[in-house]
Design a protein around this ligand. Sequence first.
Ligand code: HEM
Ligand SMILES: CC(C)=CCC/C(C)=C/CC/C(C)=C/COP(=O)(O)OP(=O)(O)O
Length: 303
Amino acid sequence: MATVLLTRQHSRIWRDYLELTKPKVVALLVLTAWVGMVLASESLAAWPLLFAATLGIGLLSAAAAALNHVVDQRIDAMMARTHTRPVARGRVSSKNAIIFACSLASSGFILLYVAVNPLTAWLTLLSLFGYAVVYTMFLKRATPQNIVIGGLAGAMPPLLGWTAVTGELHGHALLLVMIIFAWTPPHFWALAIHRRDDYARVNMPMLPVTHGIEFTKSAILLYTLLLCLVCLLPYIVGMTGAVYLIGSTLLNIRFLQYAWRLKFAADNTTAMATFKFSIVHLMVLFLVLLVDHYFKVLALYVS
Ligand code: HEM
Ligand SMILES: CC(C)=CCC/C(C)=C/CC/C(C)=C/COP(=O)(O)OP(=O)(O)O
């Protein structure tokens, strides 16, 4: 009996620490970094390098997420969506969460610095700082443009993946950053519409709270249009081929349909459906970039 209880307690602790890392968000961040790495490679990059870069970027992103739980514990405890989080509920102390985040961050940084390159290590640390400090501690509480500016940190991984492989910055990598940057407002504001009352209760100046739901819906539609335009750039500059053009166009038409319906024909479920689709959109878009890249490599081998 005592052993069963102990095992349950261990698995609860383990799950709490996993939750601190926002695993699904980090998984998608790492996927976008991975695509950056693959697209940057002329030939197949060395597997140990890809592994070290993926792990290092993942560890620093997870550390940033854990720090966000510590900084936001008071408001998390008051919002319906977040009140059961481990630090907000007191199941993990702030001290332990900070020790955990610092261990993840230092191991990730050292791994990137030693096994990848210093540029990637510093840029990834800068992204952590951008999210955990600039966005979470300041912007989030200061302006409804919080997630537009703060979104840059979350948009960085493809660039980090690119520098991991090449050791330098490249315009093509910046195009991938721009895609995620333009995707973030429709992604978050759709959820913020659904959770408007939560944010109002804790006085967070999110767009639906400060400017109203109709204004936010218009902003989502405009940013989705901007996203469609930005998504064309990789094709226009010759970075990607027809597979990407077709795939991204289909995804963008679907995203536009969601944004249009949200503005002009919404019911209670439309905002949340738009938020959920945004995640599928970004994931599939980056998988399409991968497929497009391998098609091009295959075509080169064949010719
Ligand atoms: C400032 C920028 C961003 C903001 C404010 C934001 C906000 C949010 C929020 C509030 C959630 C809901 C979490 C929950 O249900 O507990 C969420 C979920 C999610 N976000 Fe974002 N996000 C941002 C950027 C990103 C980026 C860059 C990515 C990936 C590339 C991403 C991927 C995801 C995923 C995969 C989920 C679903 C998580 C789950 O179901 O557990 N987000 N986001
Ligand atoms: C090193 C690197 C690439 C860092 C980026 C780290 C990272 C986890 C970015 C994702 C952005 C995100 C989940 C924002 C939500 O925060 P929120 O506080 O608005 O949402 P919440 O209320 O769900 O906590």
